[in-house]
Design a protein around this ligand. Structure first.
Ligand SMILES: NC(=O)c1ccc[n+]([C@@H]2O[C@H](COP(=O)([O-])OP(=O)(O)OC[C@H]3O[C@@H](n4cnc5c(N)ncnc54)[C@H](OP(=O)(O)O)[C@@H]3O)[C@@H](O)[C@H]2O)c1
Length: 327
């Protein structure tokens, strides 16, 4: 395994493995036995960066979520896992009642929700301190300053280590960070967005969240990342939920004339290296110029093995340039 640092403050920054593991469906669509086997193998391979959320996976059973955090709590306890593994969680998008969703009935990002939901996450995970806590989706009903202060208070009190933000427009990330910096408070240091080799269209409804914000790391967010060296991008759905191996799963926002060219160069580099297409996608993110940590979900140990092998796949500068240039 290889490692990189997230965060900048020597008091709060953490070393994490360059490949993160998504636990979104653990405890719901993925049963406990398989989830534990995947988690055990990931830890055995040196993986130390696991992702969950307080609302995973509410849509599987129509509840409010929490099964993934609870399963991770049971796994931590049964394996005696301590500080060596960073478990990131999120709040803001948990439905307030069963049968509803983050679209029509989200908990949001008020100071009260931040405090109470973080406490519930700590209980489900069985930890005194959340290693990394993200704002999951935007909340336009609460002043940004209240959200910034709400998150910072938990860091100051020691119940949260690092702060992160997901799916927010780049300008809102910058505004929140500027507010925090001006007040001398800790701000978001980890950005979590959908990001893969293929580029999505941004002018179709499928590319947008219901409030119009973009879940993908687009050119504006990548430019922000380039300008702020202390930030890390955690790239979710890097394997497009299996679409590189099952083309029928390709989401509608990737159906455009640039996709065949980017797929062709991906297959070309896979042939040259003897790696799989999934491994090339992950290796490109891991060893790239920008600090990107791919966050892949898996439903079997075999898929995890394939993804873990990407950590040791070295692409040449020429292969990287070809992958970047295709359009
Ligand atoms: N911040 C957010 O809003 C947000 C949104 C979505 C996800 N996330 C996080 O990101 C994590 C990853 O997202 P994701 O699950 O959408 O990721 P993904 O890596 O794009 O897709 C995971 C799926 O891809 C397939 N897969 C993975 N490795 C494979 C392999 N080697 N060969 C063939 N198929 C493979 C599997 O599909 P099958 O099971 O069908 O085989 C697996 O369930 C989630 O667990 C969650 O923690 C965050």
């Amino acid at each position: 395994m290889k490692y990189r640092t997230i965060g900048t403050d020597p008091q709060t920054r953490r070393e994490v493995s360059v490949l993160a593991l998504g636990a979104m469906l653990f405890g719901s669509a993925t049963d406990e036995k398989t989830s534990f086997a995947v988690l055990d193998r990931y830890a055995e391979a040196g993986g130390t960066f696991i992702d969950t959320s307080d609302n995973y996976a509410f849509w599987v059973d129509g509840g409010q979520g929490g099964q993934s955090e609870e399963l991770l709590g049971r796994w931590r306890r049964s394996r005696g896992i301590g500080d060596e593994i960073v478990i990131a969680t999120k709040l803001g998008a948990r439905p307030l009642a069963p049968g509803t969703s983050y679209v029509d009935n989200p908990e949001g990002l008020s100071a009260k929700v931040i405090r109470e939901s973080a406490e519930r996450s700590r209980e489900r995970l069985g930890v005194d301190k959340l290693d990394l806590l993200y704002a999951h989706i935007e909340d336009h009903t609460v002043p940004l300053g209240e959200t910034v202060e709400g998150f910072a208070a938990l860091v100051t009190e020691g119940t949260v280590g690092l702060l992160g933000v997901s799916n927010h427009a780049a300008w809102r990330v910058e505004r929140a960070r500027a507010l925090a910096a001006a007040a001398g408070l800790p701000g978001y240091e980890v950005l979590q967005y959908a990001h893969t080799h293929l580029r999505p269209r941004t002018d179709v409804p499928e590319a947008l969240f219901p409030d119009g914000s973009l879940g993908h790391a687009g050119p504006d967010l990548l430019s922000y990342l380039r300008a702020e060296p202390g930030l890390t991008l955690v790239a979710y759905s890097p394997l497009l939920k299996g679409a590189y191996t099952h083309p029928d799963r390709l989401p509608a926002d990737f159906d455009h004339p640039g996709t065949p060219a980017r797929l062709a160069v991906l297959r070309e580099v896979a042939r040259e290296t003897g790696a799989t297409v999934n491994q090339v996608v992950l290796a490109r993110q891991i060893g790239g110029e920008l600090p990107v940590v791919p966050l892949a979900g898996v439903s079997s140990v075999a898929q995890l093995e394939e993804n873990l092998a990407a950590v040791d796949l070295e692409l040449t500068a020429e292969q990287r340039a070809r992958l970047d240039a295709a359009h």
